[in-house]
Each structure stands twice: as structure tokens, then as C-alpha cells.
Design a protein around this ligand. Structure first.
Ligand SMILES: Nc1ncnc2c1ncn2[C@@H]1O[C@H](COP(=O)(O)OP(=O)(O)O)[C@@H](O)[C@H]1O
Ligand code: SF4
Ligand SMILES: [Mg+2]
Length: 327
């Protein structure tokens, strides 16, 4: 089934300039946290982004929403190129978007009541008072917060309730597109399932498109229609969730799925985060496969030529010179 396109991301790149001591001496270094990421997202679709800690997921979340200005690349939402809009037009487009953070404690103002926290994005956009009341009530119903809970402060709520506040705030303006950055990573496993199911129900109800980011393979598999696997700032494999999980073709994705010792019982990565040194070497814009030092199949070509995403099966793209490895 082809869906109507809601969001298009083209060659999105974010460089952070850092001061430090590098292998080539002291000075400024460039950390390319997001490296030429491209994808499309359909209406009511969930694209899961799976990757280890430090691979660039949060930076991707923030640059897609232009909360962090990208170094280069384009983002088009609802047919409008966000990367070319003026500040005020961009502000106007924000009502079509929402962001749910990993940690509801640090993202919710402790001095505000839940009702005001949820209403705040509408206040910022100067919605009329009566409309605000109605929208807050609808959002609270969607995330199953009672009238009583709306009058509380964040510290009076449980972790799960707090994350429902974070979700309510993200959807209060009835956005078509919501980014969820590890929305259940800080929660107990039983509460995680409740929140994931709430998100699925809400999506069916409101027809929202999700960019769902997590380092937990089970959670991404459960939530996503399509999955993109991220490694050192790049998407190295992307396709339908069933093909990426059922027939992974990039050696890194295979490593993630096949090698049980890489995961804890909760399905979280035990693998090492790419060291800063690796990233700094990439900042020299060496042309190579960023996975070559860990890849059991690496050959000379992998050290001199960067593999680009290529459609290996219909709708299933892989950035590896030699995929698929048909035995
Ligand atoms: N504000 C920043 N300034 C400098 N470097 C940053 C900043 N934010 C993130 N980074 C770097 O970008 C890389 C990706 O980080 P992040 O996007 O937080 O990854 P993830 O969410 O996958 O853990 C890391 O190397 C991190 O140190
Ligand atoms: S391009 Fe080479 S190093 Fe990179 S994943 Fe493929 S085989 Fe491994
Ligand atoms: Mg993160």
C-alpha cells in the first residue's frame, strides 16, 4: 500500500564544532552527528529509527523539527520546505508537529500544573481561550489523564502518568507529525507496554505519523511500519519492518539481530558506542564504510569507498557494497 507523503527529509546533515585534542593535534574538530539522512514518511505511518547510544538519534529528532538548525539538507512537511521558511512561518508550521522527550521529569516544568503544561504550546501560538480549554480536554482524554490529574504538579505523578503528560502536550495542537525520542526508555517495563499501546491507539484515532526513535530493538519492532537503522550518523539500512527484521542485509543490522549477547533481556544494546576517536576520524571526511573496523566481511574497497544506500529489494535499501550476502 502506498501512503500519501507527509514528510520528506533530504540529505539532512548536522555538524557540531568542538574544541579538543585530536589524533592530529589540538584544535577545532567537527563531529558530524547526522550525516546525509534521507527518508520519506507517509500519513499515519510509523518510521522507527533504531541505533546505539551516541549514533545521532536525538540530533536527528531535533534537526528534523528544525529545533537545531541543520548544517545542510532539506525538510519538507505537508508540501512546505521548512528549511526555506522565515522564522515566523516556521513558528506557524510548528502546530503541525510535536516532540515527546525521553525523560518527562526534566522536560516538564515542575512549577506548572499539568493542565498548564499541556496548554502551553497553544498559549505560545495565541490560540483563543475557549479553544484552548477544548483542545486540552481532548488531549487529556486521548492520553487518559483525569480532571484530578490535570490539577496536579509533575512531582505528584508516577513516571507513566508524567510521560502521558509529555505526550498530551505534544499532541494538543492536533499535529499530523510527532517525533518520539526514546519515549519509554526511562519507564519500568510494565509501564512501557501501556504507553506503547496508548500511542498505537492514539495513532489509529488521530491518524498521526510518528518518527519513533529508540535503542531498543523489541520496542522499535513492535511500533514501526518501516525501520531505519542508524550507525554513526547515517541510515545504513531502511525498509519495511518485516523485511529489515526478517531479512536484515547490512552486516551491522545482522549483528544487532543475530548475536544475542549484544542484548540484555530487555532487548537493549550491550554493544559499545562508537568511540569519539572514530567519529573524529570521520570528521576528516575519509571515504570509507563507517562500519569497516567492526565488520567481519570488510574488504579493501570498504576502506576507500563509502557505500551509499541502494535498493537491494523493493523498498529495502542497504548501504553496503556487498549486500545481500546470499549464502
Ligand atoms: N549540542 C551538542 N554539541 C556538540 N556535540 C553534540 C551535541 N549534541 C550531540 N552531540 C554529539 O553528537 C553525537 C550524537 O549524539 P545524540 O544525537 O545525542 O545521539 P543519541 O541520541 O543517538 O544518543 C554524539 O557524538 C554527541 O556527543
Ligand atoms: S561495505 Fe564492507 S565494511 Fe561496510 S558493511 Fe559492507 S562489507 Fe562491511
Ligand atoms: Mg538520544
Amino acid at each position: 500500500m502506498t501512503r500519501e507523503e507527509l514528510l520528506r527529509v533530504d540529505g539532512l546533515t548536522k555538524d557540531f564544532v568542538t574544541e579538543g585534542t585530536f589524533t592530529f593535534g589540538k584544535g577545532k574538530g567537527v563531529n558530524r552527528a547526522v550525516d546525509h539522512v534521507s527518508f520519506v514518511l507517509g500519513r499515519s505511518e510509523t518510521l522507527g529509527i533504531l541505533g546505539e547510544s551516541g549514533c545521532g538519534k536525538t540530533t536527528l529528532a531535533r534537526t528534523v523539527l528544525l529545533l537545531t538548525p541543520p548544517t545542510s539538507g532539506e525538510v519538507t512537511l505537508l508540501g512546505r520546505k521548512l528549511t526555506s521558511l522565515s522564522e515566523s512561518d516556521l513558528r506557524g508550521m510548528r502546530r503541525h508537529t510535536g516532540l515527546v522527550f525521553q525523560d518527562p521529569i526534566s522536560s516538564l516544568n515542575p512549577r506548572m500544573k499539568v493542565r498548564d503544561i499541556i496548554a502551553e504550546p497553544l498559549e505560545i501560538h495565541d490560540y483563543p481561550k475557549d479553544e484552548i480549554g477544548e483542545l486540552v480536554k481532548n488531549a487529556a482524554d486521548e492520553v487518559k489523564l483525569s480532571e484530578r490529574e490535570l490539577e496536579r504538579f509533575p512531582h505528584q505523578l508516577s513516571g507513566g502518568q508524567r510521560q502521558r503528560v509529555g505526550i498530551g502536550r505534544a499532541i494538543v495542537s492536533r499535529p499530523e507529525f510527532v517525533v518520539l525520542d526514546e519515549p519509554t526508555s526511562s519507564l519500568d517495563i510494565s509501564v512501557q507496554a501501556q504507553i506503547l499501546n496508548l500511542l498505537l491507539d492514539m495513532q489509529a484515532d488521530l491518524k498521526i505519523s510518528f518518527l519513533f526513535i529508540s535503542h531498543n530493538i523489541n520496542v522499535v519492532r513492535y511500533m514501526s511500519d518501516r525501520i531505519g537503522v542508524m550507525y554513526v550518523g547515517r541510515i545504513i539500512e531502511i525498509g519495511a519492518a518485516t523485511s529489515v527484521m526478517g531479512r536484515p542485509m547490512h552486516p551491522y543490522t545482522r549483528l544487532l539481530i543475530d548475536s544475542i549477547p549484544l542484548f540484555s533481556k530487555r532487548g537493549e544494546f550491550q554493544g559499545r558506542t562508537p568511540a569519539r576517536a572514530d567519529i573524529e576520524e570521520r570528521a576528516g571526511w575519509v571515504s570509507e564504510c563507517s562500519f569497516n573496523k567492526r565488520c567481519p566481511y570488510a574488504q579493501d574497497r570498504c576502506r576507500t569507498e563509502e557505500p551509499l544506500l541502494r535498493e537491494v529489494e523493493e523498498g529495502h535499501f542497504v548501504a553496503c557494497h556487498f549486500a545481500p550476502f546470499t549464502e
